[in-house]
Design a protein around this ligand. Structure first.
Ligand code: ZN
Length: 391
């Protein structure tokens, strides 16, 4: 490997982990420590009170054969990281011999910490955009080796499409793309627009209109030139951001006045959640969001042993014993209980349901989620429990 990244084999064999896990395991092996443990993964802190959970699929690949049982919150679940009493929610419950899986902690956490941060940001952007489509355009800001992970997390979190070719293959989606400024620079606007309109076989015809001219006049020109035009895209840089909403209102007005109501407006270029609501109200119809989703702040997940040889045991500051997570189907309330306790009645009168699912049994993966199903789950949660007030 010439690039400065780890190989799949190095990740799977824990050669990419923090060295102290490897050292600790050698101590345990010397002592022939063989007891069964349960380890749980919880969130210590995060800037947002809820998390759109993703990254589990890679954890399953990592841990297959190393753990006996694994229970987890399904990907795409949107959930507060503490229950209504403030008890930390276990996202994963791992059963097995510590010496068989302990050294994988670094990669295990890395898979879910970064991915869940991105999917949470994607959900927040989706809340801001409402029914209007959001596209993940951020892979160019990140290491290319993790581009598919970024797009997958963005998609599950709520993004309607992604720009990466490989990401599209993994997700079973046609990747979304418009045109770079370079084509207008090389061919001139009109030739470039005609080439895009003729060359778009799938998806909407979208042209970039802010390479040379004022956005209003370029939009009118493009709408007149291309009868099959679906979107004009404004990739307005931050230098004009103070006027961005006004530019959108002006473009919309002038297009409508000339009978081009069907031409919609896509915006991109350094958009943040706060911009999206304002630009949506001004008349933007679709959003290409790059850096702000792709760099979604990492969630601080951590893993702790909570039970050893069937006895509750953990470090100070953590709650011992195996737990499960119940959620009310009516109001969304979350309750964490010891596995030995069952509660099926919520305060609201609704029914509480155990939401942890078994993914590894006797060392083998018994279930994987399709990204489209995880995304449908996330959208369902957004619709039911999260609105613009929860951003
Ligand atoms: Zn309830």
């Amino acid at each position: 490997m010439k690039f400065n990244v780890a190989t799949e084999a190095e990740v799977l064999s824990a050669q990419n982990s923090d060295v102290y896990f490897q050292r600790s395991l050698s101590f345990l092996k010397n002592k022939k420590f063989n007891d069964d443990v349960i380890a749980e993964v919880t969130v210590s802190s995060f800037e947002n009170p809820w998390i759109t959970f993703t990254g589990l699929d890679d954890v399953l690949t990592l841990l297959e054969g190393h753990v006996r049982e694994l229970y987890a919150i399904p990907e795409g679940t949107i959930i507060p990281y503490r229950d209504y009493r403030g008890i930390p929610v276990p996202f994963l419950s791992i059963h097995g011999r510590y010496r068989d899986f302990g050294e994988h902690e670094t990669s295990l956490l890395g898979f879910i910490c970064q991915s869940s941060g991105i999917s949470t940001l994607s959900s927040k952007v989706k809340i801001a955009a409402g029914e209007k489509p959001v596209y993940s355009f951020g892979i160019r800001r990140m290491n290319p080796f993790i581009a598919p992970m970024i797009d997958r997390a963005a998609y599950i979190g709520g993004a309607d499409g992604v720009s990466g070719i490989k990401s599209g293959k993994i997700l079973g989606l046609e990747p979304v793309g418009t045109m770079p400024h370079a084509i207008s620079l090389l061919l001139g606007d009109e030739e470039a627009w005609k080439a895009v309109a003729a060359g778009t076989k799938k998806g909407p015809v979208t042209v970039l209109i802010d390479t040379y001219d004022d956005e209003k006049f370029a939009a009118i020109k493009a709408a007149k030139l291309l009868p099959n035009l679906d979107f004009i895209r404004l990739d307005t840089p931050a230098s004009r951001r103070g006027n961005f909403a006004s530019i959108i209102r002006e473009v919309r007005w002038e297009l409508d006045l000339r009978g081009h109501e069907r031409v919609r407006i896509m915006v991109s270029g350094g958009l943040k959640e706060a911009d999206i609501m304002e630009l949506s109200e001004a008349g933007a119809d679709a959003f290409g969001v790059g850096t702000s989703i792709a760099s979604g702040k990492t969630v601080d997940f951590s893993m702790d042993i909570v039970q050893i040889a069937n006895k509750p045991k953990t470090k100070k500051g953590k709650l011992s014993g195996a737990k499960h997570v119940l959620r009310c189907e009516e109001c969304g309330l979350v309750e964490v209980l010891p596995v030995s306790r069952v509660d099926d009645q919520c305060q609201c009168g609704g029914k509480l349901k155990d939401i942890m699912v078994q993914y590894i049994k006797d060392g083998n993966i018994i279930k994987r989620e399709r990204p489209a199903d995880a995304r449908a789950r996330a959208l369902d949660f957004l619709k039911k429990y999260y609105s613009k007030t929860s951003i």
